[in-house]
Design a protein around this ligand. Structure first.
Ligand SMILES: C[S@@+](CC[C@H](N)C(=O)[O-])C[C@H]1O[C@@H](n2cnc3c(N)ncnc32)[C@H](O)[C@@H]1O
Length: 235
């Protein structure tokens, strides 16, 4: 059994800036989440170490073990021919979703940050899905226009204020039964309750969440996983 690399303490219950979940909850969920498939475990650990070494302030953006296992689970359930991800960062979530790809399945992942390109392409080339994971560098809205789909699994995890735009662009390219996931939609719990300070993204997401909940184009359930994950099943 894996060992917890952290000592539980009440102090650890308060997340520090940039952190999404308290350390002890994150560690407990990771302990219970199971390991990545054999093909991927070493590479994902390398991606995580690389991310912490090179992006110390942005490392919290990486999905992490627990959410990564959930992405892998969705992918295994759907066996997608085509996965779309908006927001690659260092490639962690893309590699998790790759685990469930159909035998000839492909994954397209989009990021505007050209500094990520060589590292992510290297990770992809050394993965079990080399040649089937495609990184597109550039603004996502422009790249999306050139990707016809149809997609079976979509993970939206980039600039929050464009989520509504991405959703509208993606839905016509999804097969019925496709699953669309949108990350960070609880925005650290600030989308509900009483707002104590101005936050444009919180206001945007709380309005978007209500419109997503009322939209008949999909069946929607919000999962309180990490920073909140919308799960939409396209009808
Ligand atoms: C939260 S990170 C993605 C994390 C990744 N999905 C994971 O779980 O490991 C968000 C990424 O979106 C990218 N991004 C932000 N705005 C973008 C845009 N307009 N077009 C493309 N990528 C964008 C950022 O460069 C960043 O790498």
């Amino acid at each position: 059994m894996r060992q917890l690399g952290i000592i539980f303490s009440p102090m650890a219950k308060n997340p520090t800036a940039g952190q999404v979940l308290p350390d002890d909850l994150e560690a407990y969920l990771a302990l219970l989440s199971g390991l990545p498939c054999v093909d991927n475990a070493t590479l994902l650990a390398e991606v995580e170490a690389f991310t912490h070494a090179h992006f110390s302030t942005g490392a919290h953006m990486l999905s992490g073990l627990h959410q990564g296992r959930l992405l892998s689970m969705f992918s295994h359930l759907l066996r997608p021919e085509q996965v779309l991800e908006i927001g690659t960062f260092t490639g962690y979530s893309a590699l998790c979703m790759a685990e469930g790809l159909a035998p000839q399945g492909v994954l397209h992942t989009l990021d505007k940050d050209a500094r990520l390109q060589s590292a992510v392409q290297d990770f992809f080339a050394r993965s079990a899905w080399a040649g089937r994971l495609h990184l597109h560098i550039g603004p996502a809205h422009a790249t999306l226009a050139g990707l016809p789909g149809p997609f079976n699994l979509v993970f939206i995890d980039a600039d929050k204020r464009a989520y509504g735009h991405y959703l509208e662009a993606v839905v016509p390219k999804c097969k019925p039964g496709a699953v669309i996931l949108l990350d960070n939609v609880l925005w650290k719990g600030s989308v509900y309750g009483i707002a104590d300070q101005a936050d444009d993204i919180r206001d945007y997401l709380s309005t978007l969440n209500l419109s997503i909940a009322a939209d008949p184009r999909w069946q929607a359930v919000m999962l309180p996983v990490r920073d909140g994950l919308w799960m939409l099943r396209v009808v």
